[in-house]
Design a binder for this molecule. Structure first.
Ligand code: HAM
Length: 415
């Protein structure tokens, strides 16, 4: 028996309502904030991700699905959605449009991770990017949009974590201070952090091991090393967030797992669980477009995992509307009745009435049982007598009351 690959899952019909509900909320919020949809390919040149996400990140080092295609090109299934959007921005000359260009996506994401609740090898993200402006008011808007999105889903007990990790001017000074501090703790660090200290010291702050976290808590803070411009930017952002009454917490250990970030980084987490189950995160990436061959172009964005949103909706017992389905079933007895049922079903569907037709030659009792299981409001029943008289029996499935009516009246009545 074949099974879905480890860390992936089939999204069965009974699980679709949550997704459609979230997609609806995504479309609403994106329209409110002026974001337009973009769909990029599921795979790209490997280099796009190694250059943007960063060689020394977990994603590039351990998690990418990379392969050579039949023509020898190095291909990677997208492990995140920001780099493809930036590539598309450059490829299609979107810098010629009024800036910032605001784009959103809902896309499958592939990361070779150790599967557990809320962590999969294929997951879906809703993300959005505002490209072409450095104004901290745009950061505030992007953060506000994420917050309002979760509000619109009625998800509560969330926390908004914020930090600024500086720019290429002030970051080197901060990294030096960080390395100096950690030099005193090399023996206490976990093996991953020992490597991070050499290759990507910012990520030391992000380790989830208790002892490493304890050391990180007293580490130098990036906000104390910001250059004048980054400091002003961060202060203005905080002022705007206060103006918008967003309840943020500055978390100096928040650094994010991708290397393209500059200045603002933020995450939204369920209060009870913290960083392990982050619902969504984002930040500025002012150097990325230039890194990919464009002109210097500031940008900021955010993405949230759809499966984690669903897990939280379920945990918080938030109901989602059921998907619409046919409310009429048509049952028949005998071959002539079957012909009539086939024609009538077609007429009803052309009139916009969803209807499920019995299949095969089950007894009427079995057909009614099926209608019951399907949960339809009404069943149309046709037998020899009804065929002769051009009538149908209409059964109300809740009350079990039946009435005989002329077949011609059925579309109008059901409507
Ligand atoms: P990220 O934090 O790597 O950011 O992923 C965004 C969200 O995707 C996470 O907060 C989480 O909810 C979900 N997620 C990540 N990995 C998994 C997984 N293995 N299984 C299930 N859900 C997962 C980014 O990818 C950035 N591109 C976000 C961004 C957009 N930054 C700027 N613009």
């Amino acid at each position: 028996m074949y099974r879905a690959p480890r860390g992936t899952s089939d999204i069965l019909p009974k699980e679709q309502a949550h997704r459609r509900y979230i997609e609806q909320k995504v479309a609403n919020i994106c329209q409110l904030y002026g974001y337009e949809r973009i769909d990029a390919p599921a795979f790209e040149d490997t280099q796009l991700f190694t250059r943007s996400v960063g060689e020394d990140t977990d994603i590039v080092e351990k998690q990418m699905y990379t392969f050579q295609d039949r023509s020898g090109s190095q291909i990677t299934l997208r492990p995140e959605g920001t780099a493809p959007v930036c590539r598309a921005y450059l490829e299609h000359g979107l810098h010629n449009l009024p800036q910032p260009v605001k784009l959103y996506y809902i896309a499958s994401i592939f990361r070779y991770e150790r599967p557990q609740a809320g962590r999969y090898r294929q997951h879906y993200q809703f993300g959005y990017e505002a490209i072409g402006d450095a104004d901290p008011a745009l950061d505030a808007e992007v953060i506000d949009m994420a917050w309002q999105f979760f509000e619109s889903l009625n998800l509560h007990h969330l926390s908004l974590q914020l930090n600024s990790i500086g720019c290429k001017i002030c970051r080197p000074g901060y990294l030096t201070a960080l390395k100096d501090y950690y030099a005193n703790y090399t023996h206490d660090l976990c093996s991953d952090c020992k490597t991070r200290l050499k290759r990507n010291p910012l990520r030391l702050l992000d380790c989830k091991k208790p002892l490493c976290q304890q050391i990180a808590n007293s580490a130098p803070k990036s906000i104390d090393y910001l250059c004048q411009q980054c400091d002003t930017h961060f202060n203005q952002l905080k002022r705007y967030l206060e103006l918008l009454e967003l309840p943020f917490t500055v978390n100096h250990c928040l650094v994010r797992g991708l290397d393209y970030y500059t200045r603002t980084v933020f995450e939204i987490q369920p209060e009870a669980e913290g960083a392990q189950s982050t619902l969504g995160g984002g930040g500025r990436y002012d150097d990325l477009i230039e890194e990919l061959g464009g002109k210097p172009t500031p940008a900021i964005g955010f993405a949230a995992g759809i499966e984690r949103i669903i897990l939280n909706l379920k945990k918080q017992n938030i109901p989602v509307p059921a998907l619409p389905k046919p409310q009429v079933f048509i049952a028949y007895v005998g071959n002539e009745a079957k012909d009539t049922a086939i024609k009538l079903t077609s007429t009803l569907r052309k009139n916009g009435i969803g209807i499920i037709e019995a299949a095969g030659s089950k007894s009427l009792k079995a057909q009614l049982r099926q209608a019951n299981t399907l949960g339809v409001h009404h069943t149309v029943i046709i037998g020899d007598e009804e065929v002769k008289a051009s009538t149908v029996i209409l059964r109300d499935m809740t009350t079990a009351q039946q009435q005989t009516i002329p077949a011609a009246q059925l579309p109008g009545l059901l409507k």
